[in-house]
Design a protein around this ligand. Structure first.
Ligand SMILES: [Zn+2]
Length: 309
């Protein structure tokens, strides 16, 4: 890996290999035959890593021996279907979460605007279109694409015009090239994150900005809090979870994947996206700890990277 600019300095190896960590948080280094190669680098070498919730149906989470990505194996196919993100998924976003979400999207937009002048923005996985509406009102020319028909329907209604439904790589109607392409908490839900980044890169103008937010595997304070509250390790996979995550990135693995897919000038910082008071408090503690340790420990992170000119 070349030299990505991490706001908190180059992160160390993912924390759960720390010999000081409790045994249940350390890697299980037993290797096994793999039916699924690493979805980031294609390596067939991996070992079981981290905890899954009871009832995972024989699934486990593996860590690639080459790029250190952690991923679910085998893929639960029901988690990759658009029906997984139907009306039930979007309902909690309305009502009491709405105001917190508006504040969150404004904060995220200001991070984008610190790095790009206003222009054409494509939000991939735009959900109900709230971010697009806020960006449009701020002066951006916006387009969205959403793989859930329910999400696209809601976004179309909010924006007052059609929003593309489907996969970025196959969509032909979007204009572009774009100055900014955002992937807010999309990559961790995909069976194959690397082709999505390839598709994102070709939609950007040279020098354009890609924004990739994902949960942070190095979220040690959240893991500690979960352990205290529930008496068991925070699972990396839970069958039937509302938002099952198929890949788990650390700052190191996210930066490496972006560079492998042709992006440069990688910068990673905290994505402060907690909506509940308890999670916000834990994340505030994590941010302080990150500042002291120079290691990004918040529950989520956002990467900014450029398509080379
Ligand atoms: Zn790998």
């Amino acid at each position: 890996m070349s030299d990505p600019r991490h706001r908190f300095g180059p992160p160390k190896d993912p924390g759960r290999d720390d010999p000081q960590a409790p045994p249940e948080l350390r890697s299980d280094r037993r290797s096994r035959a793999l039916p699924r190669p690493c979805p980031a680098c294609g390596s067939p070498r991996a070992s079981v890593f981290g905890a899954v919730a009871p009832g995972a149906g024989g699934r486990s989470t593996l860590r690639c021996a080459d790029c250190l990505l952690v991923y679910v194996d085998p893929v639960p196919k029901e988690a990759t279907r658009p029906e997984a993100y139907g009306a039930d998924y979007y309902e909690p976003w309305q009502g009491r979460e709405e105001h917190a979400r508006v504040r969150l999207w404004r904060r995220r937009l200001s991070l984008v605007e610190e790095r790009s002048s206003r222009g054409a923005l494509l939000d991939v996985g735009c959900g109900d279109g709230l971010f697009l509406a806020i960006a449009r009102d701020a002066g951006w020319s916006v387009e969205g694409i959403e793989f859930s028909p329910e999400g696209a329907r809601r976004a179309s209604k909010r924006l007052g015009r059609p929003v593309a439904v489907g996969h970025l790589a196959r969509e032909r109607l979007l204009r572009g090239p774009f100055d900014v392409l955002t992937l807010w908490h999309v990559l961790e839900h995909l069976e194959e994150p690397a082709p999505m980044l390839d598709a994102a890169r070709v939609r950007l103008r040279p020098g354009g900005l890609v924004v990739v937010a994902v949960p942070n595997l190095d979220n040690l304070p959240m893991q500690w809090a979960y352990r205290v509250a529930r008496g068991r390790p925070l699972p990396l996979y839970e069958a039937g979870a509302r938002e099952p995550h198929l890949s788990h990135f650390s700052p190191t693995t996210l930066a490496a994947l972006l560079e492998r897919q042709g992006f440069g000038s990688v910068e990673i910082r905290a994505d402060r996206c907690a909506l509940t008071v308890a999670k916000r408090l834990i994340d505030a503690g994590a941010a302080c700890l990150s500042f002291v340790t120079r290691r990004l420990l918040t529950d989520a992170m956002v990467a900014f990277a450029r398509r080379p000119r």
